[in-house]
Design a protein around this ligand. Structure first.
Ligand code: NI
Length: 256
């Protein structure tokens, strides 16, 4: 079994006590690499420290999450983002995007912050990891402003229709991150997921959130990825090993 975890938050305080054990279990489950999504520039130092702690295994992204965008502080966040991205190497810019589920009042600021970070990713020739919650169209509208031959990345925590995937693929070289939600009994989007080519799918947990069945409700971790691969195996009519291999190749193509 080979797997690449494309979206984890191992800097979360929930791992403070037992991170070594979490990483060991990931390795035992076949996870070959773990990508850490960045949420705020306050924590970017923690992500870089984890990269040093687990060399050639953990890779840090850089990005300001839309939920962290506040009218009073977003300019400072962007200044810090600009400084950090010059200072160090990162595997991708993320997670960035639009979130109108939690807060619609910051829509204008979210657009500014998203646009700025997409431009920076293109400038550095990096892929982007997109968070879009209740905000697919506003996200698409920003991406349309950019040269589609230079845009590449992943729409993280994908649970949309194949038509949404088509739209994304018309805007650039985009992949779709499938996580624990795909294993939930009430997940509707999985009924048509197979219409999206498997060559466009990557695996993710978004841990510590959204643990897959049968761990739903527990703290999530990368070693749970085989449960998601198992669900995809059933959907695509492949073995779990084939799902691991194909999604690993996809992640390698996009990020490495
Ligand atoms: Ni995330």
């Amino acid at each position: 079994m080979e797997i690449i975890e494309t979206h984890a938050h191992l800097d979360d305080p929930q791992y403070a006590e037992d991170l070594d054990a979490v990483v060991l279990r990931a390795k035992q489950a076949g996870v070959e690499k773990i990508l850490l999504a960045s949420v705020t520039m306050h924590d970017i130092g923690k992500l870089k420290a984890l990269e040093k702690q687990f060399p050639d295994y953990v890779y840090a992204m850089i990005g300001v999450h839309p939920q962290e965008v506040k009218a009073a502080s977003y300019k400072e966040e962007l200044d810090a983002f600009d400084r950090e991205i010059e200072k160090d190497n990162y595997i991708a810019v993320g997670e960035i995007g639009m979130d109108l589920y939690w807060d619609k009042t910051t829509k204008a600021e979210q657009e500014i912050v998203f646009r700025h970070q997409v431009a920076a990713a293109i400038d550095k020739n990096l892929p982007i990891a997109i968070h879009a919650r209740d905000a697919f169209q506003p996200t698409v509208d920003i991406l349309k402003e950019f040269d589609k031959t230079k845009l590449r990345g992943v729409l993280h925590c994908f649970s949309g229709a194949p038509e949404n995937a088509q739209t994304m693929m018309s805007l650039g070289d985009f992949y779709f991150g499938i996580g624990g939600v795909s294993t939930f009994k009430n997940a509707k989007f999985t009924e048509r997921l197979a219409e999206i080519p498997l060559e466009r799918i990557v695996l993710e947990t978004d841990c510590p959130y959204l643990a897959p069945t049968p761990h739903r409700g527990e703290r999530n971790e990368p070693s749970f990825l085989p449960f998601i691969a198992g669900k995809l195996a059933a959907i695509y009519g492949k073995t779990i090993e084939e799902i691991g291999k194909i999604t690993t190749n996809n992640a390698e193509r996009l990020f490495f």
